[in-house]
Design a protein around this ligand. Structure first.
Ligand code: ASP
Length: 337
């Protein structure tokens, strides 16, 4: 069989950084260090071509435009490679992976996003293991979706979230099982993988800068904080509610604000601060008013997937009602139905 050929995009992240007087920053010469490492594995890994971005970033600086750039680069080179690996910082990796999954719907090749907790150039780095496994997984015919590979686990990209700043196991997908476990053997979880689509359905609209504002409820949050937010007339608001989608309901001004925002066309979504489980607003009386105010529950989507999905649907130019309907549809495995 021919050796598979992977497109390796280097967008930034700790993986390519070195210590400077100001802290970790992208290091010059990373491409050469990467090539030296991968060459040392010889034929054990698929062949690859590196596409290093001219100015790799700390992913804390990433914006939806960066998601769009990566998606468009993959789409433009789609026919050239058997799969893709994206080297990316861990901080916003889950947002990027989710956004890629919405732009690259119906993907029929693997896209594996990975990075590391310790730079490639530093002692005890987790980069060699993550990179090697990601390249091998990117050569698999069974994977047809955007994923995150980290520390032995392959996770669905739009289900993943960063759960540790310190552990090598930096990611988890609390509402979906791992797609593969990589130990001595690689064990693919076939029933969990997306089936191969009949055809790609890429959608690469221009990602603008719509106001999508998050708000985390905390005990005693003053209504004025919400008012200030809604006064900005956001396109969408993501409420990070308690538990199954509960929010304080003793202040009628709050529900009134939500209802008025909804009428003005702001899409208001309720997520949970809990990492595992479904949002079902209305389970408790304290959440019932939100349903009446037009708030939609994010079910079991991660916050990152919700945020990226709202960006994507707004970029497609959907009007609020169409957007609300599409938001509750499973587009790329991000949502259990
Ligand atoms: N700040 C880094 C980034 O997200 C963290 C990392 O890569 O682990 O780019």
């Amino acid at each position: 069989m021919d050796r598979k050929h992977i497109g390796l995009i280097y967008a930034g992240g700790t993986v390519g950084m070195a210590m400077t007087a100001q802290g970790y920053a992208p290091m010059p010469g990373f491409s050469a260090a990467l090539a030296a490492l991968l060459t040392s594995y010889g034929d054990a890994l698929p062949d690859y071509t590196l596409h290093a971005y001219p100015a790799p970033i700390d992913s804390a600086n990433a914006t939806p435009k960066d998601w769009q750039t990566i998606a468009r680069d993959i789409a433009a080179r789609y026919q050239d490679y058997d799969g893709f690996v994206v080297l990316h910082g861990t901080d916003t990796m889950a947002y990027t992976a989710a956004a890629l999954s919405f732009m690259l719907q119906g993907l029929r090749k693997p896209v594996i996003v990975t990075g590391s907790q310790i730079p490639l150039s530093a002692a005890r780095s987790d980069a060699p293991q993550n990179l090697a496994a990601a390249l091998q997984l990117a050569a698999s015919d069974a994977i047809n979706e955007v994923t995150i590979y980290f520390n032995g686990l392959l996770l669905r990209g739009n289900r993943a979230t960063k759960t540790s700043t310190e552990r090598m196991a930096a990611f988890d997908s609390p509402n979906y099982p791992p797609l593969a476990e990589v130990g001595i053997q690689t064990r693919l979880n076939m029933p969990a993988l997306l089936p191969r689509a009949a055809a790609e359905r890429f959608a690469l609209p221009d990602y603008g800068t719509p106001l999508i504002l998050p708000l985390r409820f905390v005990p005693g949050l003053p209504a004025a904080a919400l008012r200030a937010m809604f006064d900005l007339d956001p396109a969408a608001v993501v409420l990070q509610c308690y538990g199954a989608g509960n929010a304080p309901d003793r202040d009628p001004a709050l529900l009134d604000m939500l209802a008025r925002a909804n009428e003005r066309g702001t899409v208001v979504v309720a997520c949970s601060q809990a990492m595992h489980g479904q949002v079902a607003i209305g389970t408790y009386a304290a959440g019932a008013g939100m349903t009446a105010a037009g708030v939609i529950g994010a079910r079991d989507m991660t916050f990152e997937a919700v945020f990226a999905k709202l960006h994507h649907l707004l970029a497609l130019g959907l009007a609020p009602d169409a957007l609300r309907a599409e938001f509750l549809r499973d587009l790329s495995g991000e949502l259990s139905v």
